[in-house]
Design a binder for this molecule. Structure first.
Ligand code: NOJ
Length: 575
């Protein structure tokens, strides 16, 4: 009766003319997007850094996984001070990653494999090595080239105090002084000067960059710091300079997060996207917008603005049924209210991987835990078990789900990277009080052995732990109990049973369970408690288990069509 072990032809139907396109439903509304951190995905030329040709060589793996689209973290020319979110030329590929020709070949091959391509656009700031900043830096005070950035005189005697008390998201002041005595704004690293979006040259440049990449066939953009482009030009001091890393506005009255002016910019971009869109080949943009209230977020999703916005609530949630249930209900309602679909994220390149978060005691501040521990509080096995269950939640929900590279292998956080290898600017900018995000950016293991477990032929740019060998893609391939095969199965079942509509009906089952039924009649149950809960009696006789997060070892302990063990999930249908 159980279909747990059967993998219905992963990747089938995964073409650009798949069943998503035979309906008027734009692909992004129900698509699964796989996030590629290029630097750590696959190293095609064995220089220790991932690259586009490495990524191209892994397209068959991605096709067989069964995803719909890729989101490529910034691949533009960059000094890589902030992993590529410091762009020095938006029309060039970073040479360590390849060339424009490689990027074009990749986009074409991805499309041939039935996979769409979303690229990351970074409009809030450039690299300090961008031509514009070099011009501004060497121009006399008052020169128009300086108006492309926020460059201002300081306060106090001889302007030695920064223009405002704003702090950088990475730590320390948000202003750095130029040699001529004026100050430039950087909400992130000093190597990332903020652009001045009141300046028309900035606006027209990005419209041109949009077109440049749309002309090369990309299907959409993930917009970095979408809520931060417009600043209060009166430059007031902030009441509260305390900011979480990458956290957004805590109030609706903030000098640089979520100001109303951002919407005019978005609408200009949407006009361009619409120009390039066709039925079945829609071009889209998804916002990284951290805002104070659901109502403010809804503003970004008006019909002439973003198609989607990330919702990070699931990522931020504890392993707790009531919290997750509330998040799901609210996210679905909010998206429906503005005609969009919800997005779901468990991990990305900015946060501690969820296989580790879920193995920590409830209430742990995981960012602080990286440095401060206690590290023996981590229950890695529990993290894996919950990670498997969470995968069925992520992929069982309506809307669009984002998988971060390596989640499908169950990769956990490499929290014990030696400080000498840390590369994230957060480490320095926070004066060594925050370890930063390198632990979730360690190169992927593709093989059980080798200098970088098949990432390349040489060691990768960050060291991998020994355990990555057994977690490699090749080690998991064909093992029905592996995380990789669970993701493949879930993606295939999702395609077959869960994307025919966008409806969801929450079910009241047990306080420790989040349960819902999808329009096709498939039920998804996630037990966040420790104790088993009873499944519907009919399941054992007339039901069908479509996917289960438990392994074969678990099934010898408990009848998995009768009870759902703690920290596990199931998808089933009535017949
Ligand atoms: C958000 C990105 O996800 C993060 O990695 C980056 O450091 C900041 N934006 C600044 O661009």
């Amino acid at each position: 009766m159980s279909e747990h072990q059967s993998n219905p032809e992963p990747g089938t139907g995964n073409s650009l003319s798949n069943n998503l396109d035979s309906t008027p439903v734009p692909w992004w509304r129900r698509g699964v997007v796989y996030q590629v951190y290029v630097r750590s995905f696959a190293d095609g030329n064995s220089d220790g850094t991932g690259d586009i040709n490495g990524l191209r060589s892994r397209l068959p793996y991605l096709r067989d996984l069964g995803i719909d689209a890729l989101w490529i973290n910034p691949w533009y020319q960059s000094p890589l001070n902030d992993g590529g979110y410091d762009v020095s030329d938006y029309r060039q590929i970073e040479p360590r990653y390849g060339t424009i020709a490689d990027a074009e070949a990749f986009i074409a091959e991805a499309h041939d494999s039935g996979i769409r391509v979303i690229i990351d656009l970074v409009p809030n700031h450039t690299s300090s090595e961008h031509r514009w900043f070099a011009e501004a830096n060497s121009a006399p005070i008052g020169d128009p080239s300086r108006q492309r950035y926020h460059i201002r005189p300081g306060r106090g005697v001889d302007g030695t105090e920064p223009p405002t008390n704003w702090t950088s998201v990475f730590g320390g002041p948000a202003w750095t002084r130029l040699d001529d005595g004026e100050w430039f704004l950087h909400l992130f690293d000093p190597s990332q000067p903020d652009l001045n979006w009141e300046n028309h040259e900035v606006r027209s440049e990005f419209e041109s960059v949009f077109r440049f990449w749309l002309d090369r066939g990309v299907d959409g953009f993930r917009i970095d710091v979408a809520h931060g482009l417009i600043k209060d030009m009166s430059f007031p001091d902030m009441d509260n300079s305390d900011q979480e890393i990458l956290g957004g506005a805590k109030t609706v009255d903030h000098p640089f997060w979520d100001l109303d002016g951002v919407h005019e910019i978005i609408r200009d971009w949407r006009v361009i996207l619409n120009e390039y869109s066709e039925a079945g080949a829609e071009r889209m943009m998804v916002a990284e917008a951290w805002v104070a209230t659901p109502e403010r977020l809804a503003n970004y999703l008006r019909p002439d603005e973003y198609q989607q916005s990330f919702n990070f609530d699931l990522l931020a949630s504890e392993w707790d049924a009531a919290s997750m249930q509330t998040i799901i209900v609210e996210a679905c309602a909010q998206a429906a209210a503005v005609g969009s679909t919800p997005t779901w994220v468990l991990s990305n390149h900015d946060v501690v991987r969820h296989a580790t978060r879920y193995g920590l005691p409830i209430g742990t501040d995981w960012r602080r835990w990286l440095l401060e521990g206690p590290h023996d509080a981590l229950d890695a096995k529990l993290g894996q078990q919950r990670g498997r269950a969470a995968a069925l939640l992520l992929l069982g929900l309506p809307g669009s789900s984002y998988i971060y590279q390596g989640d499908e292998l169950g990769l956990d956080e490499v929290w014990d990277l030696p400080v000498e290898v840390l590369d994230d600017p957060v480490w320095e900018q926070s004066s060594h009080t925050r370890k930063g995000r390198d632990g979730c950016r360690v190169p992927l293991p593709w093989k059980p052995s080798g200098p970088s477990f098949g990432f390349g032929d040489e060691a990768g740019w960050l060291p991998q732990p020994e355990r990555f060998g057994a977690m490699s893609a090749a080690s998991q391939e064909g093992d029905a109990d592996s995380m990789l095969e669970l993701y493949r199965l879930a993606l295939a079942v999702r395609r077959e049973h869960l994307i025919s509509d966008e409806s969801i009906q929450m079910l009241e089952v047990d306080d420790s369970v989040v349960a819902f039924e999808r329009g096709s009649g498939v039920q998804c149950w996630l037990n966040l408690g420790q104790e088993p809960v009873a499944l519907p009696v009919a399941l054992a006789s007339v039901g069908r288990v479509l996917a289960h997060s438990s392994t074969r070892a678990d099934s010898t302990a408990l009848p998995l069509d009768v009870v759902l063990p703690g920290n596990s999930a199931i998808w089933f249908a009535e017949k």
